[in-house]
Design a protein around this ligand. Structure first.
Ligand code: NAP
Length: 294
């Protein structure tokens, strides 16, 4: 049995990501006590049924009392208020981390409200599915995926090392980078693709009735993959676009310039430009497979 990294972990929010982390802790550190916090009784009931926590509560301050690790795994829009509620109850030397998808905003909302006697290690497991809630989690979600930590210059290296060890136990590769750099990279690799999926599926939904039913019937030709991405949680994605507005707008500008170039090539029947473009992107796909991120 592994020596526990933490005695008592409070998971604030226990949906896809929080419950997957709970499953990792149950698997790898069975002696660690887990306290789960969510607002709705049905969420907490599911947590108890699945034995994902030793205690459940809808009160975040009660959840963090005595915890040596606190993990924010709610939508980003809940951070500031929840941070204010837990601050007076945090134990001396506790580590506070999170899994939110936009790091500058996690820091903006949590850092000012957290007391000086705790260590804040912002993080983002780059892993997910389109499903939500505690039933949808699984321990292998983070396996061979990146987890990006964006600690502040003053963050205690020992606290960073402990959070890193937890993600490594989950099977993740851990990288460290500044929060604003993280947000730019993710705007391109995750946020823009989701925006494109939401747009395409939305456009298809607005087609006339007969065309729409055929789009659904014959969806295998590429459209289906977009519908999977566009089925992701609306609250989470609303929060991501509001939080990462500037980086997303910058990437969107570059994307629309490239889209215009391809539009022009199609209009002119310029097959060479189209071929060169598609051949280049195929190489990128191969390198993602080689990096085991496919
Ligand atoms: P989720 O499945 O919808 O789970 C969210 C959890 O937070 C639920 O347990 C929800 O339960 C709880 N919650 C919501 N508001 C709360 C509040 N004010 N106080 C306490 N609990 C609250 O979402 P998720 O996919 O796990 O995402 C959680 C975080 O992970 C987000 O910040 C997201 O950016 C990040 N993330 C997501 C993915 C992904 O692909 N899904 C990947 C990486 C990172 P109640 O509704 O009962 O309160």
């Amino acid at each position: 049995m592994n020596k526990p990294l933490f005695e008592r972990v409070a998971l604030i929010g226990i949906g896809l990501i929080g419950s997957s982390l709970a499953r990792v802790i149950r698997r790898d550190f069975p002696e660690t006590k887990i306290v789960a916090c969510a607002r709705r009784p049905e969420t907490l009931e599911a947590v108890r049924r699945l034995n994902l926590a030793d205690e459940t509560t809808d009160d975040p301050a009660a959840a963090v009392a005595g915890a040596d690790l606190v993990v924010f795994a709610t939508p980003l829009s809940a951070y500031a208020e929840t941070g204010r509620r837990i601050a007076p109850a945090l134990r001396d030397g506790a580590i506070v981390t999170d899994v939110g998808s936009v790091k500058t905003i996690a820091i903006r909302d949590l850092k000012p409200v957290l007391p000086a006697h705790v260590h804040f290690v912002p993080g983002h497991p780059v892993a997910g599915t389109e499903h939500s809630g505690p039933e949808s989690g699984f321990a292998e979600l983070f396996h061979e995926r990146w987890c990006i930590l964006t600690p502040l210059p003053e963050t205690d290296p020992k606290a960073i090392a402990k959070v890193k060890a937890l993600w490594e136990s989950a099977g993740s590769r851990v990288a460290t980078m500044p929060a604003d750099h993280h947000d730019k990279v993710l705007a391109m690799t995750s946020h823009l693709p989701h925006l494109i999926a939401y747009t395409i599926v939305g456009t298809a939904t607005d087609l006339e009735e007969d065309l729409k039913s055929e789009v659904i019937a014959y969806s295998a030709g590429g459209f289906r993959d977009f519908t999977r991405i566009a089925a992701s949680d609306p609250t989470m994605w609303r929060d991501i676009f509001v939080a990462n507005r500037e980086a997303v707008l910058e990437m969107l500008q570059r994307y629309s310039e490239d889209l215009t170039a391809l539009q022009r090539a199609i209009r002119r029947g310029d097959g060479d430009t189209l071929y060169d473009w598609f051949a280049r992107t195929r190489t990128i796909r191969r390198s993602i497979i080689e990096a085991k991120q496919a």
